[in-house]
Design a binder for this molecule. Structure first.
Ligand SMILES: Cc1cc2nc3c(=O)[nH]c(=O)nc-3n(C[C@H](O)[C@H](O)[C@H](O)COP(=O)(O)O)c2cc1C
Length: 200
């Protein structure tokens, strides 16, 4: 059965992780429901340039990652639309990833604020006991930020910090993004070959 996955892009540095994750998920044939926060949109443009406009993003994904990226499988939702299907537990959405996740959105999820669709959809994942993967990025981190990660983990989310490893001898930023994306797909239970397995 086709998997339906929500992807939220918020205003932390690391837009390359967002686009690599979207492309890799589309390559698996998953159906994506995508939400950008205002600062998520801004960081896409700031870090990847004018071609990373959210409404034209599929073109960028195909250009960067090839024809394996399946078009027509990405639905976008306004972050203001709290009436979107993702806001309800009765909607079929198997899992969600917030990549990258700002400290503000992390705080909103940790405290169940549901101020916008990203936070509400994450809250739905937690209450329905579905997989929620949070990819936070900040350095250094304050005590409230660390505590917010603990709260999310205690509520059932997987905290997968944007911390690429170097043992796979990365040659480029794309190698680092592939590593993080591989971790995300693994967390979602999806097979991938984004990095060589240790020992293989
Ligand atoms: C260039 C730039 C880089 C930023 N990087 C980060 C970051 O790495 N982590 C973070 O938590 N916030 C970062 N911020 C701040 C967030 O974007 C800001 O707190 C915003 O309100 C987050 O809103 P959102 O969670 O709705 O996207 C950055 C902002 C800008 C303009």
């Amino acid at each position: 059965m086709t998997r339906s996955i929500a992807v939220a892009v918020t205003g932390a540095s690391g837009a390359i992780y967002a686009v690599r994750t979207l492309a890799a998920l589309l390559e698996t044939g998953a159906q994506l429901e995508v939400i950008y926060s205002d600062y998520g949109r801004r960081l896409l443009l700031d870090e990847l340039g004018p071609d990373a406009k959210p409404d034209r993003l599929v073109e960028l994904l195909v250009a960067r990652y090839g024809d394996g990226v399946q078009r027509g499988r990405m639905t976008m939702h306004s972050n203001k639309d709290l009436g979107a299907p993702l806001a309800s537990g009765s909607h079929r959405c198997d899992a969600m990833v917030i990549v990258p996740c700002s400290m503000k959105t992390l705080a909103g999820v940790a405290h169940g604020l549901s101020r916008n669709l990203v936070e509400r959809a994450a809250d739905v994942m937690l209450k329905e006991k579905r997989r929620l993967v949070i990819v936070p990025r900040e350095a250094p981190m304050s005590l409230p930020q660390l505590k917010n990660m603990v709260l999310c983990a205690e509520a059932g989310a997987m905290i997968l910090p944007a911390m690429p490893a170097f043992y796979q001898m990365p040659k480029s930023l794309d190698d680092l993004a592939d590593f993080m994306t591989g971790k995300i797909l693994s967390a979602l239970g999806l097979p991938h070959e984004l990095y060589p397995r240790w020992g293989s």
